[in-house]
Design a protein around this ligand. Structure first.
Ligand SMILES: [Zn+2]
Length: 467
């Protein structure tokens, strides 16, 4: 189980010709660009207009059977979980039982080789579902463990051509309050260990540019369990001193909220506010159980949300008040969460479910297709601070997904622009372009050895299932 992913991607001037429809990622009337051509050069969208003529050095992509979307921006993932899908002891569990049964007992068993295979599986699925940017909340860290897995993630992302944000997680206390974690014999990192690795990662990988391909984020796993509260402001100051954004899990379950009230006599958003963890440089995964006052605090401070509706449903955690957050002005994004609590890393599937679930729960005015696409593209780029990413506009980074709609299930559509989100999967991504590079070409990832990856995955699952 060794060897690098040998993915071959292209950097070229590209002209996308004759698409059936183009969605921009913007809101309202600006969401639809119609059947326009798109010219890409040096990683940037240069022209969007009808009937553009090809130039000699351009590769022309015939998009006459495709609808074009802004590349999805997945703002909360746990790539290591790609070798932990549908673990039987966790398949019908709630979050608490699932944590104790699925990821925690196996944290120490993720060798760098297994972490690399899991990342490959996850990144392949992300690209094939039209994701162009992924923020991975990576928490395989403990005092005696290696920090190499963070480097492996950047290495694999570069190989696949994926725009990548490493949210460097981990815990600073044994989390004895948390069943599951309390059973682990792992010694948590010290604050110095965590911060010195973040400084190392920042120096080696972090690029603050608005169209950066690599970012580092400070992301202790949860603010309530993973560290003593007194360290939260210290970490926030360290992050802001380094110019890094901050991310963590918050208010995923009712139990999480109850714990925070009982232990700290505060609602979770109040608790993080007390500890300098709100602001436009902070975003939280889940936010399922919120009071109106908390939504107002998030909106006032510009603190963002990774909305993970499939994982929340899968674990029975609830339905986040995403329409209410969006209406209040909370920066919203979409995310698949780890695939051990989703069984899919597809943003097409996530967007389909996000569009449906709020309408089911709150009525037909709760969400629109256009708003859902906005959360999953421009919204995601916003919470990550990637200001040149997320929309199909001239001057923005060339991150695009081309869905093939030449399939019987899409025949009969009056509005094919919305087909991938309204019909859900299967919706095949025929081309995926990241920063101007064609990373999925005619439905395949060039150079990726799928047979080798399949064998590596089978071997990895065996290793992780063994007692
Ligand atoms: Zn998560």
């Amino acid at each position: 189980m060794t060897g690098q992913t040998n993915v071959k991607t292209q950097t070229k001037a590209v002209l996308i010709k004759n698409p059936v429809a183009v969605m921009s990622g913007l809101r309202g009337d600006a969401a639809r660009l119609g059947p326009v051509d798109i010219r890409i050069r040096d990683g940037v969208i240069r022209e969007i207009a009808p009937n553009l003529d090809a130039r000699d050095d351009e590769r022309v992509i015939d998009a006459s059977a495709c609808v074009v979307y802004p590349g999805w921006v997945n703002t909360h993932h746990h790539l290591f979980q790609n070798l932990l899908k549908a673990v039987p002891s966790g398949i019908n569990a709630d979050l608490q039982e699932w944590l104790a049964a699925v990821p925690y007992p196996r944290l120490a068993r993720f060798t760098p080789e297994l972490a690399r295979v899991a990342a490959r599986l996850g990144m392949a699925e992300l690209l094939l579902s039209g994701v162009t940017t992924c923020a991975d909340h990576h928490y395989l860290y403990h005092a005696q463990g290696t920090t190499e897995t963070g480097d492996i993630l950047f290495d694999e992302a570069a190989s696949f051509g994926l725009r990548f944000v490493l949210c460097r997680g981990g815990a600073l206390q044994a989390a004895g309050d948390h069943p599951g974690f309390s059973k682990l014999a792992l010694k948590p990192e010290s604050l110095d260990q965590m911060l010195s690795d973040i400084e190392r990662l920042k120096a080696r990988y972090h690029d603050a540019h608005a169209a950066s391909m690599r970012r580092v984020v400070v992301a202790p796993t949860t603010p309530t369990f993973s560290l003593p509260p007194a360290l939260l402001p210290e970490i926030a100051r360290a992050a802001r001193g380094m110019g890094l954004r901050m991310h963590t899990h918050l208010s995923e379950t009712r139990r999480y909220v109850d714990f925070c009230r009982e232990r700290f006599d505060r609602l979770p958003v109040e608790f993080v506010a007390d500890h300098e963890w709100l602001g436009p440089d902070v975003w939280f995964a889940h936010l399922v159980h919120l009071e109106a006052s908390e939504i107002a605090m998030l909106a006032e401070t510009g603190s963002g949300c990774s909305h993970c509706p499939v994982s929340n449903a899968r674990l029975g955690s609830g339905i986040a008040p995403a329409p209410q957050m969006a209406a209040a002005g909370v920066p919203m994004s979409l995310a698949v969460d780890g695939v051990a609590s989703n069984e899919s890393g597809s943003m097409t599937s996530e967007a389909h479910f996000a569009w449906l679930v709020h309408r089911a729960a709150q009525g037909a005015s709760a969400t629109t297709v256009e708003e859902t696409i906005h959360w999953g593209s421009a919204g995601g780029a916003g919470v990550l601070g990637l200001d040149a990413v997320g929309t199909l506009e001239v001057g923005k980074a060339a991150d695009l997904a081309l869905y093939d709609i030449d399939d019987p299930r899409f025949y009969g559509f009056h509005d094919l622009a919305v087909a991938p989100v309204t019909a859900g999967e299967p919706a095949r991504v025929r081309y995926n372009i990241v920063n101007g590079r064609v990373v999925v070409d005619d439905g395949v990832i060039p150079g990726l050895d799928l047979d080798a990856l399949r064998h590596q995955a089978v071997d990895g699952v065996k290793l992780l299932l063994a007692d």
